[in-house]
Design a protein around this ligand. Structure first.
Ligand SMILES: O=C(O)[C@H](O)CO
Length: 328
C-alpha cells in the first residue's frame, strides 16, 4: 500500500526569532510535511496545492490576501499563542479558513510573568539588583523601602484563562482581588478565589493597589487605559501590563509616571516592540520593562506547539476544534 502523504504545513522559518523552535521540529514532522516560507516562495506553483495548514509562531504578521489567494486548499491557520490581534480574522474567514490559538498552553507562564512583574515592582527588585552589582557599591543599603503585596488589593482587568490564573496566584499571596470583565461575570471563578466583580472598570481602578491588564487587544480595548483611567488610579498604585502594548496609551503613561499620578508601571508588552531607544518610558526610574516574555518558557512553548498540532488535526479531520477563534 502506498504510504499516505503527510499534509503540508507552512511555517515561517525554523529557528531565529521568527521561526518554529528547532527543538519542536521533530514533533511537527511526526504529523506534517514542513514547508518553510522561503521554500514555498521559491516553488509556489508546485507547493500551493499541498498546503492545508499554516503555523504562525508567536505574533508574526505574515498572513495577507496574496498569501491566502495562493493557498487554495488551506483549511486552518494555527496561531501558537493566545493573542490574535496580528491576524485579520474577517479576511481569513472570508477564505473559509479557520483560525485557532493556544489559550491553555500560555496561561500559567503568562500569569507567572504578571506575578513576577508585580513582585519585582513592589520590592524594587531591578533597582536592588543594580545596587548589588554596581562597582560603586560599598555597602548594601538602599535608601528606599518597597511595598508588600500581602493584603494589598489587586484589580484584574480581563478574567479569562490567564486572568484567572493570576487570581489564583494572588489568592495564595493573601491579596484582595477585584476584577472587571467587559462582557461576562465569572461567578464560578469569583467564588473559587474570593474575587469581587466590579461592573464598572472605574471602581476597580479607584480601589486597587495593583492593576493588571489581561485583555485581548481589540478595537474596544485599544488605549483602554489612557489619561482619564490613570487619573482614577491611586497615586500609590502600580499598573502591570501583560496583554498587548496598545491597550495602554503610552503618552498618558509617561505623563502619569513623571508626575506621580501613579507610582509605578511594569510592562511585558509595549507598542511598538521594542520601543525606540530614545522613548521617554525607557528613561524613567519607576518602570520595569521586559521584552514580551510571557510565554518564553521551555514548558509553555512546547505546550503551544502541541496545542497547535491538536487544533490543526481537529480541523483537518473534521473533529471538534479545541481552541477555535471566532471572528466577532
Ligand atoms: O499571545 C500570546 O500568547 C503571547 O503574547 C505570545 O505571543
Amino acid at each position: 500500500m502506498a504510504k499516505q502523504e503527510q499534509p503540508g504545513l507552512l511555517i515561517v522559518e525554523i529557528g531565529g526569532v521568527r521561526g518554529v523552535l528547532e527543538g519542536h521540529v521533530e514533533l511537527l514532522k511526526k504529523h506534517f510535511h514542513l514547508i518553510t516560507m522561503k521554500e514555498f516562495l521559491k516553488k509556489k506553483e508546485r507547493l500551493s496545492e499541498k498546503i492545508k495548514s499554516v503555523l504562525i509562531y508567536e505574533c508574526r504578521p505574515v498572513i495577507d490576501r496574496e498569501l491566502l489567494q495562493s493557498l487554495p486548499h488551506l483549511k486552518v491557520i494555527a496561531n501558537s499563542g493566545v493573542g490574535v490581534d496580528h491576524l485579520d480574522l474577517k479576511l481569513i474567514s472570508s477564505f473559509g479558513v479557520k483560525v485557532t490559538n493556544t489559550p491553555h498552553a500560555v496561561s500559567d507562564s503568562t500569569a507567572d510573568i504578571g506575578m513576577a512583574l508585580m513582585l519585582a515592582s513592589a520590592r524594587r527588585l531591578v533597582e536592588g539588583c543594580q545596587i548589588a552589582v554596581s562597582p560603586q557599591t560599598e555597602h548594601f543599603a538602599a535608601d528606599w523601602l518597597g511595598d508588600e503585596v500581602t493584603g494589598a488589593t489587586l484589580g484584574i482587568i480581563g478574567m479569562g484563562s490567564i486572568g484567572y490564573k493570576v487570581a489564583k496566584r494572588a489568592k495564595a499571596f493573601e491579596m484582595k482581588i477585584l476584577y472587571h470583565n467587559r462582557n461576562q461575570r465569572k461567578e464560578e471563578e469569583e467564588q473559587a478565589v474570593g474575587a469581587r466583580y466590579c461592573e464598572k472598570m472605574e471602581d476597580l481602578l479607584q480601589q486597587s493597589d495593583f492593576v493588571i491588564l489581561v485583555v485581548n487587544l481589540t478595537p474596544q480595548t485599544h488605549k483602554l487605559i489612557g489619561k482619564r483611567e490613570l487619573e482614577l488610579m491611586k497615586p500609590t498604585a502600580t499598573l502591570i501590563n501583560i496583554s498587548r502594548g496598545a491597550v495602554v496609551d503610552h503618552d498618558a503613561l509617561v505623563e502619569a509616571l513623571q508626575n506621580g499620578i501613579i507610582k509605578a508601571a511594569a510592562l511585558d508588552v509595549t507598542n511598538p516592540e521594542p520601543l525606540p531607544r530614545d522613548h521617554p518610558l525607557l528613561k524613567l526610574k519607576n518602570i520595569i520593562i521586559t521584552p514580551h516574555i510571557g510565554t518564553a518558557t521551555v514548558q509553555a512553548t512546547r505546550m503551544m506547539t502541541e496545542e497547535a498540532v491538536a487544533n490543526i488535526q481537529a480541523v483537518l479531520n473534521g473533529l471538534p476544534i479545541p481552541s477555535e477563534v471566532i471572528p466577532q
